[in-house]
Design a protein around this ligand. Sequence first.
Ligand code: HEM
Length: 420
Amino acid sequence: MITNDSPHNSPELPRIGGPEFKTHAHERYAELRRRGPIHRVRTADGSLGWLVVGHELAREALAHPKLSKDPEPFADQLRASGRHILLAGSGFGGNMLMADPPEHTRLRRLVSGVFTTQAVERLAPRIEHLAHQLIDDFSGHNSTDLVSSYTTPLPITVISELLGVPEEARADLLAWTRHAMRAPSELQRSGLLALNEYLGGLLRAKRRAPADDLLSRLIAVRDDDAGTLSETELLGTAVILVVAGHETTVNLLGNAVVALLDHPDQARALRDDPGRVPAAVEEFLRYDSPLELTPTRFATEEFRLGGELIRAGETVTVSLTSAGRDAPVEEGADPDELNVLRDRARHVAFGHGIHYCIGAPLARLEGAIALQVLLSRLPTLTWEDPTEPVAWLPAGITRGPVRLRVRFTATGGVRDPEVR
Ligand code: HEM
């Protein structure tokens, strides 16, 4: 999170972020929620800003008309306060996640058709095939780290195939994205620059030799009607689809596996009734949101949020991880408890309002298929060492396990030779 210093500055402000906070995130957020739905906080890198931790207030903030996603008007003020600046000068611009209407509306409309539930449904056989193939690759052993062997390669392969990113570049893309998702820092900046440079080169190559992929289609839009999409916006769209399109899904899968390993009875219930997995994906998103913190929003003018006075130029971030544990559940139920058989888990893990995640249908599909295949192929999945605490990714706005060391016996599963 980046923000200006302000008269609210106080050494006693709650600190969020950092390895200790990440390890005990749910306890720390519960403490904050007990004191109110919004707080002035200091992040691990020393920045100050407002943090929303309650579910209802999260919905209000995510759709608030006085909270802008465009940091450029605030760039000078941020630079003057010595903050690392995510966008200005980093080359990471021209994308819908960091734009307000009307630019946001135009940029979003260009790709929204590609990610509808109907459009992504045709990817299902390929995703299922990839999931089986990944399990085939490690099924000869009886232990693995599922983060490196399953939950990471699946989403990166799916989004790369959709966009047209060659296989040999995917490991680099993954590393650069990890850096890009960290708190504002030199590492984040270098990750974004590397992504920009690589994807800029890839766009030039595809302009010379178009293929049947999303990046080639975006280039055609740009070249056929120069008023539709500027060159910066073309690159910005490519970068945001790569950055937003896989690390979040990696953590959806990782967090769901952590929850299932910690609740074997619920894993059994889903093995007995795999048709319930898609609804369970919503519960996993609520229970441990893969995106812990939203990207920063900027107050365009003074207003009140949850009773607090937000001044023009101040920043507001929403903790989706906290909001999930504050979401309304059935009467008498406890939102801190996982219930994969819940009919309809409510959550804001995909955001709310005009920036609601454009990739949600794809993420839901990948989540459901990956978990169904995993549960059916590895019927005896357990932690390798149940006493070892989960190590959570230590920095940045995402939330997910660093590794998932598991034991299992694999079965043949239901591989379809037609799609191999
Ligand atoms: C489980 C996986 C995912 C989660 C939890 C997630 C979460 C989110 C959230 C919370 C937002 C809104 C951020 C805000 O309001 O500040 C968002 C926006 C976005 N997401 Fe996702 N996302 C996921 C997967 C994907 C995938 C697979 C794609 C790409 C295909 C994608 C592309 C985007 C884009 C382009 C936006 C910006 C939309 C806009 O500004 O209008 N996401 N995502």
